[in-house]
Design a protein around this ligand. Structure first.
Ligand code: SAM
Length: 305
């Protein structure tokens, strides 16, 4: 994979996602290993870092493996990749427009939310249902209160409708979706729906794995499974296995005391970002302490542990 910048100048996230690393992309990029083979990102979300890496990488790398446990997120990426025209025409239908009347907007939103949750409950989806799920997902995250996806413990999407925004609102950006479709269709890009440990099974010495798991402090639920402290410890065991295998591993996490302790043998850098999750503007200006954890030295070679 090399020199992609010229053809993909506008490539960027098409989904606003809780915990997105848009704010941290430069910090992460400056800490990447200078050389690596394949790239794995098992907690992909909006793909902020993967897209940056893809655009700017001058080095050769054969494959990018991008996964996430969120069914609507990965289904939407697959639909953007395989059925872009059908998706654009579905998004374009009057059913998914932004109602200027607030009562009508709330009614339309609740109806689509119900239909979306019904699709989420199904084990398998037929082809038209996959397009419907992707359409409803993109519509709901554009028209909800803070533009972020979250589910309750039963796995139901429960965010409320945005009644504050007045005037017109763009539900989707067709050009951005086309550029994303081009990226997802590249031969060296694979998307995967499932848990992180399955995706990294095939990682080998010299590969680079970037983990961006849910934060240690709960702020949002992406999936009914959640991510507990036991899960954080299990992830650390996977990181240790990958380290022993000779992989380059980078992890981003909130800088809590127990995370610092858990990864005490690894290199840790402290960085701060704006809190993009907070609902009010004042809260969003607060700085979040974050950790970037690595098992390698900046000038090459793994840490000795
Ligand atoms: C902090 S977010 C990642 C944000 C992403 N890096 C971005 O820039 O948008 C954490 C992600 O982990 C996913 N996730 C939670 N549990 C998972 C698991 N067991 N395996 C894979 N993904 C999981 C969530 O769906 C969510 O997308």
């Amino acid at each position: 994979m090399k020199g992609k910048a010229a053809n993909s100048a506008k490539l960027g996230p098409v989904i606003k996602w809780a915990g997105s690393k848009r704010e941290l992309v430069n910090e992460l990029y400056s800490r990447r290993p200078l050389e690596f083979k394949d790239y794995y990102e098992p907690f992909s979300g909006s793909l902020a870092f993967a897209l940056r890496l893809y655009q700017d990488m001058e080095i050769n790398s054969s494959q990018m493996f991008l996964g996430d446990i969120s069914k609507p997120l990965i289904t939407t990426y697959e639909v953007i990749r395989d059925d872009l025209e059908a998706l654009l025409s579905s998004l374009d239908s009057p059913e998914y427009s932004w109602c200027l009347d607030k009562n009508e907007r709330a009614e339309a939103y609740h109806c689509i939310r119900e239909s979306f949750n019904q699709l989420l409950r199904q084990d398998t989806l037929e082809h038209p249902e996959r397009i419907k799920l992707a359409t409803e997902f993109l519509y709901l995250i554009k028209t909800n209160y803070n533009g972020l996806y979250r589910v309750n413990k039963k796995g139901e999407y429960n965010a409320s409708v945005d009644l504050a925004t007045e005037g017109e609102k763009k539900i989707f950006d067709g050009k951005a979706l086309k550029v994303m479709s081009g990226f997802l269709n590249k031969e060296d890009v694979t998307v995967f729906h499932g848990s992180y440990e399955i995706l990294v099974e095939t990682a080998k010495a010299g590969d680079f794995i970037y983990f961006d798991p849910p934060y240690d402090t709960p702020f949002t639920q992406y999936d009914k499974a959640g991510f507990s402290w036991t899960d954080q410890k299990k992830l650390k065991r996977t990181v240790d296995i990958l380290h022993k295998r000779g992989c380059y591993v980078m992890i981003s996490q909130g800088a809590t005391k127990r995370i610092k302790e858990l990864y005490k043998d690894y290199h840790q850098d402290f960085v701060t970002t704006r809190n993009l999750i907070n609902c009010n503007a004042k809260g969003r200006k607060e700085k979040n302490p974050e950790l970037i954890i690595r098992n390698y030295k900046m000038l090459g070679g793994l840490l000795k542990m």
